[in-house]
Ligand binder design. Sequence first.
Ligand SMILES: Cc1cc2nc3c(=O)[nH]c(=O)nc-3n(C[C@H](O)[C@H](O)[C@H](O)COP(=O)(O)OP(=O)(O)OC[C@H]3O[C@@H](n4cnc5c(N)ncnc54)[C@H](O)[C@@H]3O)c2cc1C
Length: 383
Amino acid sequence: MSDANEQENIILDALERFLTTEVEPFVHDLESKDEYPHEIVEKMKEMGLFGCIIKEEYGGLGLSTTTYAKIVIRITRSWMSLSGIINSHLIMASAVQRHGTEAQKKKYLPRFATGELRGGVGLTEPDCGTDLQAVRTTARREGDHYVVNGTKTWITNSMYGNCLALLVKTDTSAEPRHRGMSLFIAEKGEGFIVARKLEKLGYRGIDTCELVFQDYKVPADCLISGKEGRGLQQILSGLELGRINVAARGVGVAQAARDLAVAYSQVRKTFGKPICEHQAVQMMLAEMAIRAESGRLLTEAAAAAYDSGERCDMEAGMAKYAATEAAQSNAIDCMRVHGAYGYSKEYDVERLYRDAPLLVMGEGTNELQRIIIAKQLVERNPA
Ligand SMILES: Cc1cc2nc3c(=O)[nH]c(=O)nc-3n(C[C@H](O)[C@H](O)[C@H](O)COP(=O)(O)OP(=O)(O)OC[C@H]3O[C@@H](n4cnc5c(N)ncnc54)[C@H](O)[C@@H]3O)c2cc1C
C-alpha cells in the first residue's frame, strides 16, 4: 500500500469513529434547533480537517482532492452542514494557496490549517449570484489600504468564521467587467458588519448571513496576488474545487438516502411481505443505487482530474450536476419508500429532503453547469 493510501485509510477510519460516536447522536437536536456545532467544530480542528488540502509546508495535511472528496462524502452521510463548515473555508485557503504571494501564503495558510482563521467566500450580492461580474461592492484605494463599501448576502461561515475571500470591483468602468474585479483576504474588523443570520429550509446549524461593508478598511497587502483585476479568475479556479466538494456532498446525501431506504424496506411489511419484495419499491431502490454510484464515479473522476492539474471545469460540472440531481431524486424516493414516516420530523429522511435542493443551486446552479459542460464540449471538439 502506498503512503498516500495508508494515510487516507488512517484518516477515513478516524473520521468514521468520530462521526458515529461524536456527531451522529447529536445531529437531530442541533439541526432542529438550528444550533451551531461549536464542540464538533473544535474536534474537527484537532483532527486537522481545516487544513486537509493545505500543503504540509504551510502546516496542512497536504491531502489530495481525491481523499478530500471521500472525506466530504463521509461527513455528509452523517450531516451535510458539517461539510459546509470546511468547504468555503478551504475554497478561500486554496485561492490563497494558488494565487497568493509567498508572503500571503506564509502569513495566512498556517492559520487556516489550524482553524484559527476560519474562512468563507463572499461573492453573492442581493442583486447577483450567477452573474458575478455584476457585483456592486467596491474597493477604493487610499494610501496603503482599500476602502470597501457594499452588501453581500447568503455568505456561509460569516457569523462564526473570521475572514472572507471578498470579491469586489476595484474599477467599475472596466470592460470586460471582470478586468475591474479583485479578490481580498478580508478579516473581520470595523465596518465589516454581520447584518443578520438568514433562516433556511435546510443546511441548518451552519451560519449563512447578510453582510454590510461600510467604509471597511482592508490593507493593500491583502489583495490576493497583489494585482488588481484578477479576482474573478482567482475565485473561479477555486470554484472547481468547490464544485467537486458540492458533488461529494451530493454523493453523501444520495448514499444516505439509499441506505435508509434499503434498511427500512426490509423491515416494513405490507401485504404479508417486506416492501423490498414489491417490484415498485425495487425499481426505486435500484434507481437510487445507480444514481448514487454514478455520482460517486463522476466525482472521483473530477477529483482525479483536479489533482493532475488538468483543466477540469467540464468534469467538475458533470460531477456536480449528476451527484446533486442524484441527491435530490434519492431524497424524494427515500421519502416515498418510508411512506408517512418519511414525512415525520422524528427521522432523518425529511432532513435529507430539505438539505438536497441547496446542492442543485450552490457553487453555480445546475443550469449553469450544463452551460459550462456544453461550451467545453464544443471547445474541446472543434468541427
Ligand atoms: C444556503 C446557501 C448558502 C450559500 N452560501 C454562499 C456563500 O458562502 N458565498 C456566496 O458567495 N454565495 C453563497 N450562496 C449563494 C449561491 O451561490 C447563489 O444562490 C447561486 O450562485 C445562485 O445565485 P442566485 O441565487 O442569485 O440566482 P440567480 O443568479 O438570480 O439565478 C436564478 C435562476 O436563473 C438561472 N440562470 C441565471 N443565469 C442563467 C443563464 N445565463 N442561463 C440559464 N439560466 C440562468 C439560474 O440557474 C437560476 O435557476 C449560498 C446560497 C444558499 C442558498
